[in-house]
Design a protein around this ligand. Structure first.
Ligand SMILES: [Zn+2]
Length: 202
């Protein structure tokens, strides 16, 4: 058995038959498993379907096992995810909702990571939680002023929600006020409570 087959077999042994059957049977959630060296040790059928449909890395879609997780994560997100994976506690689930929108469709996915009983073996699932037409840029314009996160460029909706609006990234509005959206606030000021004074604005 080569290294890849061995790692994959080890993951299957740690996960157990019941969990594997559940992961394989979940057709609406893309799921992968990681070995302690952060290589892909398992993917479910939905993961393969999604990888093929999205026309990304063809090699990764067809033979994912043994490849580094880093290859499956956009460079800008690697440190964030790898850090989260490194601090997983067996039995606890780490959750994170992220956006993966196109210019015409707003999509949000919930990523859940769970550590298995043996150190370093992790299951990661990505489930589509929201899919709707991309919001119109006009609904973010409060009396001629758009409030944009200085860090990630999400913009604040009248309802208080922060969204990516591709149209506003492509064609930046003339009047912009800068703030920080809640996820960026938490990232940059981890020790502050959200109701403390506003972070610096430009
Ligand atoms: Zn932000």
């Amino acid at each position: 058995m080569d290294d890849v087959a061995e790692t994959s077999a080890a993951f299957r042994r740690v996960a157990g038959a019941a969990l594997l059957a559940a992961l394989d049977g979940d057709l609406t959630t893309t799921i992968y498993g990681l070995a302690p060296d952060l290589t892909l040790a398992y993917v479910n059928p939905a993961w393969t379907t999604f990888a093929r449909a999205n026309g990304g890395d063809a090699e990764l879609a067809e033979s994912p096992l043994g490849r580094s997780l880093e290859r499956a994560i956009p460079p800008i997100l690697r440190i964030f995810y790898l850090d989260a994976m490194a601090h997983l506690v067996p039995g606890a689930i780490w959750e994170h909702v992220y956006e993966c929108s196109s210019p015409t469709v707003l999509r949000k996915f919930r990523m859940r990571c769970g550590a298995l009983s043996e150190p370093g073996y992790v299951v990661v699932s990505n489930h589509l939680v929201l899919e709707q037409p991309a919001p119109a840029a006009s609904s973010y314009d409060g009396r001629g002023l758009v409030t944009q996160c200085a860090h990630c460029r999400r913009v604040r909706h009248a309802s208080g929600r922060w969204d990516w609006v591709p149209e506003l990234i492509e064609h930046p509005p003339a009047a912009v006020s800068h703030g920080l959206c809640p996820p960026c606030f938490e990232y940059h000021y981890p020790d502050s409570e959200p109701d403390e004074p506003d972070p610096p604005r430009s």
